[in-house]
Design a protein around this ligand. Structure first.
Ligand code: GLV
Ligand code: GLV
Length: 323
């Protein structure tokens, strides 16, 4: 008898091909780029053996109960897993697959692009050219901040944080600081200094948040955090929106407490188009595109399908989350 799997979104063909070629399962696909409505999802997962989901799908007790006792695996097409309620998943003996590693380079590149775009005010500058605000070359026009000679602070020097740091150092960065739970052996390659968070905040010209969202990082970047930063410092977040208290960030950006912010992630996603942060010239907001290269998304899709197929068959999953 065929196993049933549910795929919560249209995914790149690299994944669909493997799924179609497999003879072990019957696939229900929410064949859209838009998220499946919750009620639809709760119905769709009934009796399934495997679920392939996105980072925007909340996988909690309600959903697991709706799926029922057949469910063997949840495969998320993401490296982040804060949308999965792991306690509930573990209780039911369900395995979890995710996609670490394959999106590290793409996400690091995007973070560097966002940092430079924010520090050198690219969106604002492009806008000036288009709206006629640019009338002639001016010595004081559109000045920003450069990486050369700077101190960069990375919060969460994991796979992605390290990849970001490796890319930033050749811009002439003078010091690399990082903070987190533990010192990382990897960091010695870049002469990275493991420092208390307060030191990182006080001494960095660029602060890059690259930690995962967990109880200890939720709301980490708040009023106290921003108040310890240099007034000329640029803040960049490409991890999860909930690491930042957005009201406090807005206050820091408008009061001149910090220079600018670049966000690839927010809460919620998307931000309402009338959100205060979107009115600020010194805040660059992107639509969570860290891993969005054609090849990376293809590889993520393939890996999450392989995780799904391994999980429903009770065999090896190429990238299983141990929790
Ligand atoms: C992106 O944010 C991911 O978790 O893959
Ligand atoms: C800038 O274009 C310069 O020539 O200084």
């Amino acid at each position: 008898k065929l196993m049933k799997v549910y795929v919560t979104r249209r995914i790149p063909q690299e994944g669909m091909k493997i799924l179609s070629a497999s003879s072990v399962c019957e696939v229900s696909l929410w064949d859209s780029d838009e998220p499946v409505p919750r009620a639809e999802l709760l119905k769709g997962v009934q009796g399934t053996h495997g679920l392939l989901c996105m980072l925007s799908d909340k996988i909690d007790a309600e959903l697991l109960d709706a799926a029922g006792p057949n469910l063997k695996v949840i495969s998320t097409m993401s490296v982040g897993f804060d949308h999965l309620v792991l306690g509930e998943i573990k209780k039911r003996g369900i395995r979890v697959g995710y996609t670490p590693g394959v999106l590290t380079d793409a996400t690091a590149e995007l973070t560097v692009a966002l940092l430079l775009a924010t520090a050198r005010r690219l969106p604002e500058a492009v806008e000036e050219v288009k709206n006629g605000g640019w009338t002639c070359w001016k010595p004081l026009m559109m000045c920003g901040y450069g990486l050369s000679g700077s101190t960069v602070g990375v919060i969460g020097l994991g796979r992605i944080g390290m990849a970001i740091a490796r890319r930033l150092m050749p811009f002439g960065v003078k010091r690399l600081l990082y903070s987190g739970r533990t010192a990382k052996a990897d960091a010695t390659e870049l002469n990275g200094e493991f420092v208390p968070l307060d030191t990182l905040l006080a001494e960095s010209d660029f602060i890059v948040v690259s930690c995962s969202l967990a109880p200890e990082t939720q709301g980490l970047c708040d009023k106290a955090f921003f108040s310890k930063m240099k007034k000329t410092a640029v803040f960049v977040n490409s991890s999860r929106g909930a690491v930042v208290n957005q009201e406090d960030l807005y206050e820091a950006l408008t009061s001149g407490q910090i220079a600018a912010a670049g966000l690839d992630v927010t809460t919620p996603e998307p931000l309402p188009t009338n959100h205060p942060l979107l009115t600020l010239k010194n805040c660059v907001v992107l639509p969570h595109i860290g891993s969005a290269t054609y090849s990376t998304r293809g590889i993520m899709a393939a890996l999450s399908v392989q995780n799904l197929l391994g999980g429903i068959q009770g065999t090896e999953m190429p990238s299983e989350l141990k929790f």
